[in-house]
Write a protein that binds this ligand. Structure first.
Ligand code: GLA
Length: 400
């Protein structure tokens, strides 16, 4: 790899998948399957952040329609996942039963509807005896549930960790992965044990994504806390297996537009799964513009599959985040943690680039410019960064 600062990263064993050309990495069949299921971080929508237990087939159909009509599907959002509370009991045969009042047509018909809109369909369950909201969990029903989901047409399973205190996480999650592998469908496994059992050490072999933190909430403080925690595990992510800093809160009302832009930008720099969590049926144009920004999404989905990281952290509230990309560019976020505007800066050296000319695209304004950094202090690129905001750039060295 050409970019000096990232050579060490590329040599760690877990990054072997980052071939840069999107090809399947060499490795075990499990690695190949993981790669095929999630070569880039999964994108979609999940009901939890906005709707919690208020889920129904009417809601899910409405969201599926909105994903198509708003342009979210075409921007790359693929999975529509129903989180907790869709299930009420087990039948005499052990098969899980969906809430008959909220899902009168049944889950299979709903999955068909979602597929008919050109999307994929996901469900939530829990590795323990109950889900976090007290619904039946999958403990001891792993094979029955995997078979049921496959028969219904499920493409994605989020597996939570409530009522599981006495269990061994790697063992339980592997058990579910094997049950999914025993079906005739390719199913993404989203591991959700909040980073409690060091998932970065075992989850890449088991699931396509794993939560690294507790639950996000719709506030700037929560975003900052998650950024710090998720950044610690950047070496582990790569095509097929991703750190999951939790679903997006963009558009749920607790943050400013500036903060939502920062939240989305940093999730993209961290190659995070992008699961929208707002009401897509009634989002404002400003929120839609954040969630569907093609340049920012391209950073998240870049085939090199490196999780960007903090490359500069000034004590006064200014950070530089960077993510090398497959075409030799580097995505950069100048992040201002302070309440008021500051002048941000970045040098090519900090990005692992040689001195010289580069094209610079501002991914939020769309402005293109050229900047030459000859390595001197004065030649750093500078830009004003609003309070709690980012300036997000794609820096492409000009050959020669
Ligand atoms: C846990 C998970 C959340 C959500 C809820 C549902 O808290 O971390 O993402 O799935 O359970 O009860």
């Amino acid at each position: 790899m050409k970019i000096n600062g990232w050579i060490a990263l590329a040599m760690t064993p877990v990054i072997w998948a980052c071939s840069g050309d999107g090809s399947t990495p060499e490795g075990s069949p499990a690695s190949e399957q993981a790669f095929v299921l999630a070569p880039a971080p999964p994108m979609g929508f999940n009901t939890w952040n906005r709707f919690a237990c208020d889920v129904s087939e009417e809601l899910v159909r409405g969201i599926a329609d909105a994903m198509v009509e708003s342009g979210m599907r075409d921007a790359g959002y693929e999975y529509l996942v129903i989180d907790d509370c869709w299930q009420v009991e087990r039948g005499p045969d052990g098969v899980i039963v969906a809430d008959p009042e909220r899902f009168p047509s049944g889950i299979e018909a709903l999955a068909d509807y979602v597929h008919g809109r050109g999307l994929k369909f996901g469900l939530y369950t829990d590795a323990g005896s109950k889900t976090c909201q007290g619904r039946p969990g999958s403990l001891d029903y792993e094979e029955v549930d995997a078979a049921t989901y496959a028969a219904w047409g499920v493409d994605y399973v989020k597996l939570d960790w409530c009522y599981a205190d006495t269990l061994n996480a790697p063992v339980q999650y592997r058990k579910f992965r094997e049950a999914l592998d025993g079906t005739d469908r390719d199913i993404v496994l989203s591991i959700c044990e909040w980073g409690r059992n060091l998932p970065w050490e075992w989850a890449p072999e088991v699931g396509q994504l794993w939560r690294t933190t507790g639950d996000i909430w719709d506030s700037w403080q929560s975003v900052l806390w998650i950024l710090e925690a998720n950044n610690r595990h950047h070496e582990v992510a790569g095509p097929g297996h991703w750190n999951d800093p939790d679903m997006l809160e963009v558009g749920n009302g607790g943050m400013t537009l500036e903060e939502y832009r920062s939240h989305f930008s940093l999730w993209a720099i961290m190659a995070a799964p992008l699961m929208a969590g707002n009401d897509l049926r009634e989002m404002t144009p400003e929120i839609r513009d954040i969630l569907t920004n093609a340049d920012v999404i391209a950073v998240d989905q870049d085939p090199l599959g490196v999780q960007g990281k903090v490359v500069l952290d000034r004590g006064y509230g200014f950070q530089v985040w960077a993510k090398p990309l497959a075409d030799g560019s580097v995505a950069v976020a100048l992040l201002n943690l302070r309440d008021s505007e500051i002048e941000g800066y970045v040098s090519w050296h900090l990005l692992g680039l040689d001195p010289g000319e580069a094209r610079v695209r501002d991914l939020w304004t769309g402005e293109e410019s050229s900047h030459t950094d000859d390595g001197s202090w004065d030649a750093r690129l500078r830009a004003p960064v609003p309070g709690h905001g980012v300036v997000m750039l794609r820096v492409t060295p000009v050959a020669g």
